[in-house]
Design a protein around this ligand. Structure first.
Ligand SMILES: Cc1cc2nc3c(=O)[nH]c(=O)nc-3n(C[C@H](O)[C@H](O)[C@H](O)COP(=O)(O)O)c2cc1C
Ligand code: SF4
Length: 264
């Protein structure tokens, strides 16, 4: 399939796609119509910027027509203040309502996570949603076993053994991002960014999350846990989030370190 097809009747020859391509794969032709460079197909990272930025919808990418892509409305009405309030009001949730998050909402948040940035647009994240809270409890026990076996976080292990579920905080669900780590590319940052998108999408959709760092740590080294979650060969767990409806409401921002900032 041809990578890029430009409709000469629609193209305004404005050079926007030429300027936008991060790989420099488009050049203005003789009449100003953008032309892909000869090796564009192999060097294209499928970021879709040329396709998404064209105001005329003149460019097809990999056979995808602009009409078939969701439009960015730009009319969400979110003021700068509301946007910042949204970001700063996200909190880690550790007390949950006894009510599951509907699958449609979890999938809506995961769908938003597909739009997170990723190095050379690799989009490496694979997802596992542990929907059943009984399985989350079982995994919490395996996290404790893994940490005990590795000889780390003894305080947490002791608290867990004493009956405090500090491993996965009694969460109704667990969302795990894992990726192929067998090659040269380390997918960890991209997966964390995708999880971060998920976390903010959850906040927008009215449910809450908490990073499950102990789960990720145990999954690094504890074979029974890796086996139980069906981790494919070569994959690593890059991060996980507990999820559910928050029991508490937060009325003010918590204190934070002051901004340590330098300019150069
Ligand atoms: C860890 C990471 C490293 C990146 N490094 C670069 C970079 O060095 N130069 C660059 O132009 N873009 C870089 N990007 C941006 C990606 O190419 C971009 O996120 C991807 O093509 C998807 O496009 P989008 O962010 O517009 O959705 C990086 C992204 C991530 C997450
Ligand atoms: S999809 Fe991205 S990398 Fe590929 S030609 Fe378009 S702008 Fe360039």
């Amino acid at each position: 399939m041809t990578l890029i097809v430009i409709d000469p009747g629609l193209c305004a020859r404005d050079g926007i796609c030429v300027a936008e391509c991060p790989q420099g794969l488009l050049a203005p032709g003789e009449d100003g119509l953008p032309v892909p460079v000869p090796d564009a197909d192999s060097r294209c990272i499928r970021c879709g910027h040329c396709f998404a930025v064209c105001p005329k919808g003149a460019l097809k990418l990999d056979g995808l027509s602009p009409d078939a892509a969701p439009a960015v409305s730009g009319r969400s009405g979110l003021s700068p203040e509301a946007g910042l309030d949204f970001l700063t009001s996200r909190r880690s949730i550790r007390n949950w309502k006894d009510r599951p998050v509907p699958r449609e909402l979890l999938e809506k948040a995961l769908d938003a996570a597909r739009y997170a940035p990723s190095g050379i647009n690799m989009q490496p994240a694979h997802w596992l949603v542990v929907e059943d809270s009984r399985v989350v409890r079982e995994l919490a026990g395996m996290v404790a076993d893994g940490l005990r076996h590795a000889g780390i976080m003894p305080d947490y292990v002791a608290a867990f053994d004493a009956g405090r579920e500090v491993m996965l905080r009694g969460a109704p669900h667990l969302v795990v991002a894992h990726a192929d780590a067998s090659g040269w590319y380390d997918p960890a940052t991209d997966c964390v960014l995708a999880l971060s998108h998920f976390e903010l999408a959850a906040h927008a959709l009215g449910f809450g999350t908490c990073w499950a760092g102990l789960f990720r740590r145990a999954a690094e080294t504890w074979p029974p846990l890796r086996e139980r979650i069906g981790l494919p060969p070569g994959h690593k767990v890059c991060g996980a989030l507990m999820a559910g409806y928050p029991k508490s409401r937060f009325f003010r921002l918590p204190p934070r370190k002051s901004l340590r900032l330098r300019y150069l």
